[in-house]
Design a protein around this ligand. Structure first.
Ligand code: MN
Ligand code: MN
Length: 274
């Protein structure tokens, strides 16, 4: 369990928490190594703490860093993730989680739905992650949104960047009423609006591998970094939480993807404090 009360700056608005956990990755491990690298890129002197929109994320009291949560076995880890995020929410912080693989989003959303009964979810990904199970694992990183929708944890799930949907996942999307903006249909200038509080889940493979090669499942034909940032900046919504997942440092020889994660972190965080 993370300790917050002893160290939390009570005036902080955003919390950063890392989940170095990739046990539910089906194809390749490595995402567990991401959180410290994203933090390092975020704090690097190579850039500054200002968002493009003019928010100074380096201002005192903006971020509380809850650190990384030590990974445990599968069942315990999900409870630990849920409890950790719930603790931050109780402290009136807006948590941004760093993965880890995409399986962490299910326990995170369980915590959020406790505080926000009317919650919308914007999911950036090449993959719909709606498999009922993958390789016998219902907690696979390919399944979090099936679990979230089955439990009715969100009012609305909107997916963007999708370009790998198959028959089973299309059935699942229809069954759960998922709004999918497939990559092949994405229009420039799109503005997404949400009436209820919005959580953003950003799988780094939503981006084209030309922009973010450091992922386990490279899928060409994705979003440019600029397209993703523009979708975030143009959002008409109150953003109350986010995660950045699936960055795999083992696939990132030029160490460019960590910087892209940090850039997205900045623009999402700015949207949350605006
Ligand atoms: Mn995913
Ligand atoms: Mn993906």
């Amino acid at each position: 369990m993370i300790q917050i009360d002893s160290t939390s700056d009570r005036t902080s608005r955003l919390a950063l928490i890392g989940f170095p956990y990739d046990e539910n990755s089906s194809f390749m491990k490595g995402a567990a190594e991401a959180p410290p690298l994203i933090r390092a890129a975020f704090r690097s002197d190579a850039s500054n703490f200002w968002s493009e929109s003019g928010v100074d994320l380096g201002a005192p009291g903006t971020f509380f860093d809850a650190g990384d949560v030590e990974p445990l076995g599968a069942t315990e880890m999900f409870s630990l993730i849920e409890d950790s995020v719930r603790t931050l929410l109780k402290d009136n912080l807006l948590p941004i989680s760093l993965g880890g693989d995409h399986s962490i989003t299910y326990p995170i959303i369980r915590a959020f739905s406790g505080k926000y009964p009317e919650l919308s979810l914007l999911h950036f990904d090449a993959h719909p992650d709606l498999y009922d199970e993958l390789l016998g694992n219902r907690h696979s990183h390919a399944s979090p949104f099936a679990r979230i929708m089955e439990e009715g944890l969100v009012e609305r799930l909107v997916q963007v960047g999708i370009r790998t949907i198959n028959g089973h996942q299309r059935e699942q999307a229809d069954r759960f009423g998922v709004e999918i903006i497939e990559m092949r249909h994405l229009q420039e200038g799109l503005t997404l609006s949400f009436d209820s509080p919005l959580y953003i889940s950003f799988d780094m493979d939503a981006l084209d591998p030309a922009f973010a090669p450091g992922v386990s499942h490279r899928e060409p034909g994705g979003l440019s970094t600029r397209q993703a940032i523009r979708l975030i900046q143009r959002l008409q919504a109150r953003v109350i939480g986010a995660d950045i997942v699936e960055f795999n440092p083992r696939m990132d020889p030029a160490q460019t993807t960590a910087v892209v994660c940090a850039k997205l972190l900045k623009e999402i965080a700015a949207k949350m404090v605006e």
